[in-house]
Write a protein that binds this ligand. Structure first.
Ligand code: PEP
Ligand code: MN
Length: 370
């Protein structure tokens, strides 16, 4: 059971203490308080744990400070909406993430040379973009492929990020030790930037890694859907993160592996943007680069990567993780799917068109409802 308090209730409110005391007076029931700091207000939720099935809602609903009492279904206890819970979102390093916001994260698939990273960050800064991607630890299909520069590149990467005003870097971790390496390097840089810890599709069911990113809450998590497992299993994986205490999770769609082959590297699954938003409280990210996987152009002159991006944004996607590279021929990983730096302004304009269309669509449905 979750008791949702009225917005902006102080943490030390007397009435809140009384609600907690009442809950804990039932045999075996314990409570855990969860404060969500949204963009414009904070929301306090009190989770009642233990034998709560028979607990009556009415005595809690009588408190002035209680907005509603929601019964939690067994599924997706921590990330689910349970029909009534709001997706209020959260903030990290000055950037707000919710099911209403949209952020584009263009960046290199894998960090290689300093000059390539600097050229990329300069281009982003020129467009006012403060979010990017940069892989230091690369999970590769072959052990003979480039494995990423690892922790060696973090000091100069974070220094450059600070120099160009980058606030959040999505960076994959494949082992618990990487979390500590990133945290130490961030601290050594004077927290010049922030990192969103990315769980790659290949680690979607690496439960120990999921527990490790869930056990810390200084950095948010970008979870990428498992490419060959049901959606429900990927959502359960996020539940591992959230049940560990870290509720700042973005759910990433990146295409599914099928036996169907061409035309794309993976079968694009962006029709699930509204599905995940309906089932859970997580903002939803799409990765058009790893799903399409190549720079093919439709007869209308638009790259498939941009077509699928627009399709997801018009359906309400909240984050776009997209590969770019100043010199794709030099890229040590996924060069063939990278957009060019001079395509960045075009990408942003195209995304803005799709976003305006999405906003018009939600305005239309609100008008119909009123
Ligand atoms: C990536 O984003 O660099 C990546 C490897 O993605 P995925 O885990 O979706 O394949
Ligand atoms: Mn890649």
């Amino acid at each position: 059971m979750v008791i949702v308090m009225k917005a902006d209730l102080p943490r030390d409110s007397e009435e809140l203490k009384q609600v907690i005391a009442l809950a804990e007076s039932y045999p075996g029931v314990t409570t855990r308080m969860h404060v969500v700091q949204g963009a414009t207000r904070s929301l306090t939720e009190l989770y009642l744990l233990g034998p709560t099935h028979a607990l009556p809602a009415a005595p809690f609903e009588e408190f002035e400070c209680v907005e509603k009492v929601v019964r939690i279904t067994e599924k997706f206890r921590a990330i689910g909406r349970h029909g009534q819970l709001e997706a209020i979102g959260w903030e990290y390093n000055g950037v707000t993430f919710s099911q209403e916001t949209l952020h584009v994260f263009p960046g290199v698939c894998a960090v290689d040379r300093r000059e390539n990273v600097e050229d990329t960050f300069r281009a982003l800064a020129g467009l006012g973009i403060v979010t990017t991607r940069a892989g230091a630890y690369k999970p590769r299909t072959s052990p003979y492929d480039f494995q990423g520069l690892g922790k060696e590149c973090l000091p100069w990467l974070f220094e450059l990020a600070g120099k160009y005003g980058i606030r959040v870097i999505a960076m994959e971790v494949t082992h618990e030790s990487h979390i500590h390496e990133i945290r130490s390097a961030l601290a050594a840089s004077g927290n010049a930037t922030g990192v969103m810890l990315q769980i790659g599709t290949r680690n979607a069911q690496n439960f120990e890694l999921l527990k490790a990113v869930g056990a810390q809450s200084d950095m948010p998590v970008l979870f990428k859907r498992g490419m060959g497992i049901p959606l429900e299993e990927s959502l359960n994986a996020c539940e591992y993160v959230a049940s560990g205490g870290n509720h700042r999770i973005v759910f990433g769609l990146r295409g599914m592996k099928t036996q169907l082959g061409d035309p794309h590297r993976n079968f694009v699954d962006f029709a699930h943007v509204p599905v995940v938003k309906r089932m859970t409280r997580m903002p939803v990210c799409i990765d058009p680069s790893h799903s399409v996987g190549r720079r093919v152009v439709a007869p209308d002159g638009i790259l498939d990567i941009l077509h699928v991006t627009a399709q997801a944004v018009i359906a309400g996607a909240n984050m776009v993780l997209v590969d770019v590279h100043p010199r794709p021929a030099e890229a040590l990983c996924d060069g063939p799917q990278a957009l060019l730096l001079d395509e960045l302004p075009y990408l942003m304009e195209d995304v803005a068109i799709a976003r305006r269309a999405y906003e018009e669509r939600t305005a239309l449905v609100r008008r119909r409802a009123s």
